[in-house]
Design a protein around this ligand. Structure first.
Ligand SMILES: Cc1cc2nc3c(=O)[nH]c(=O)nc-3n(C[C@H](O)[C@H](O)[C@H](O)COP(=O)(O)O)c2cc1C
Ligand code: SF4
Length: 262
C-alpha cells in the first residue's frame, strides 16, 4: 500500500475518530492518506489522488450499514473499483458481519485486505433504556482499548498480516438473524416515527436542520417539519453538546424511547 483514500460517515463522532486515528497510524509509516467525510467528499480530488487502497468506515445500526453510506457507495462505486479495500466499523459491542457489509456492496474491489470492528462508547444509549450511558472512567477505558486495536491493526496491515473481522459464515448468520432482519422491519421504523419536534420549545434557530446529513428537518416560513428520511444518526446530539443555547430546536427534538424513559 502506498496511497490510502479514506471515506467515512459518522453521526456522533466515533467513526470519524477511529478513521482519523487509523490514518494517522498509517501516515506514521509513510503511507500517504487522504480522508473525507461523505458530506465533504470531493470526487474530483479523490479521483486525482489515485489511491491504491480505500478505507470505508461507518457506524453499525442494527448490524447494518447506515442508509446514507449505502447511497454514497452506490453513487461513487467507480472510485472504489479495482482498489484494495479496508473496512472499519464502529459499534457499541456487536455487529456480526458489520465489516463485511461494504465489501459486499463494492463487488469489484480487488482484495478485501482487512476489516476492523471497533467498540466505542455508544450512541445507542440514547435510543434504548437497555444499554446504559457510560461515564468518565468507563468511557476512557473503552476508548483506550479502541486506540490499541486500531494501532495494532494498522501495524498488522503494514506487516502484510491480514485480519478480517466479521467475514465468516457464522458472523453473517449472527448479524442477519440476531439483528439485521428484525431491526430494519420492526425497530428502525418505530424509532423513525418517534422523531418529534415540539414547536412550543423550538426557537427556530435552525441548527438541527443545518447539521442533519439527511436534510430531514425543514424550517420554512417559521414552520418546522420532519420528513420521513431519518437514518437515526443522532448528529444533532453533537450540535447540542456544542450549543450554549438551552432553548433551541436541538432541545426539542426527541425520540420516542427518550420520552418513554422519563
Ligand atoms: C440506531 C442505532 C443502532 C445501533 N445498532 C448497533 C448494533 O447493532 N450493534 C452495536 O454494537 N452498536 C449499535 N449502535 C451503536 C453505534 O454503532 C455506535 O455508537 C457507533 O460507534 C456510532 O458511530 P458514530 O458516532 O460515528 O455515529 C447503534 C446506534 C444507533 C444510533
Ligand atoms: S433527523 Fe437527526 S437523527 Fe435523523 S438523520 Fe437527521 S440528524 Fe440524523
Amino acid at each position: 500500500m502506498k496511497k490510502l483514500l479514506a471515506v467515512y460517515f459518522s453521526g456522533t463522532g466515533n467513526t470519524a475518530y477511529a478513521a482519523e486515528k487509523f490514518c494517522s497510524c498509517l501516515s506514521a509509516s509513510e503511507i500517504s492518506c487522504k480522508i473525507y467525510s461523505i458530506e465533504n467528499f470531493d470526487k474530483t480530488a479523490a479521483q486525482d489522488f489515485n489511491a491504491d487502497t480505500v478505507l470505508i468506515a461507518y457506524p453499525i445500526y442494527g448490524s447494518d450499514m447506515p442508509r446514507i453510506m449505502k447511497e454514497f457507495i452506490s453513487e461513487n462505486g467507480e472510485i472504489f473499483k479495482d482498489k484494495d479495500l479496508i473496512t472499519l466499523v464502529t459499534q457499541h459491542s456487536f455487529s456480526g458481519d458489520g465489516g463485511a457489509l461494504a465489501a459486499r456492496l463494492i463487488a469489484n474491489s480487488k482484495i478485501h485486505t482487512a476489516s476492523m470492528h471497533i467498540n466505542l462508547p455508544s450512541n445507542i444509549s440514547d435510543s434504548t433504556k437497555f444499554i446504559k450511558i457510560k461515564n468518565g472512567g468507563k468511557i476512557n477505558a473503552v476508548t483506550a482499548k479502541a486506540d490499541y486495536k486500531i494501532a495494532e491493526r494498522a501495524a498488522n496491515i503494514m506487516r502484510g498480516k491480514i485480519v478480517k473481522d466479521g467475514t465468516g459464515f457464522l458472523s453473517w448468520f449472527a448479524g442477519f438473524f440476531a439483528q439485521r432482519l428484525w431491526f430494519k422491519y420492526f425497530i428502525e421504523k418505530r424509532l423513525r416515527k418517534g422523531l418529534k419536534i415540539d414547536s412550543g420549545i423550538c426557537s427556530r434557530c435552525g441548527k438541527c436542520a443545518e447539521c442533519c446529513p439527511m436534510k430531514n428537518i425543514d424550517i420554512f416560513d417559521g414552520n418546522i417539519s420532519a420528513n420521513n428520511n431519518c437514518t437515526l444518526c443522532q448528529a444533532y446530539h453533537q450540535e447540542r453538546l456544542a450549543s450554549s443555547s438551552k432553548n433551541s430546536l436541538l432541545d426539542s427534538v426527541q425520540y420516542a424511547p427518550h420520552q418513554a424513559r422519563r
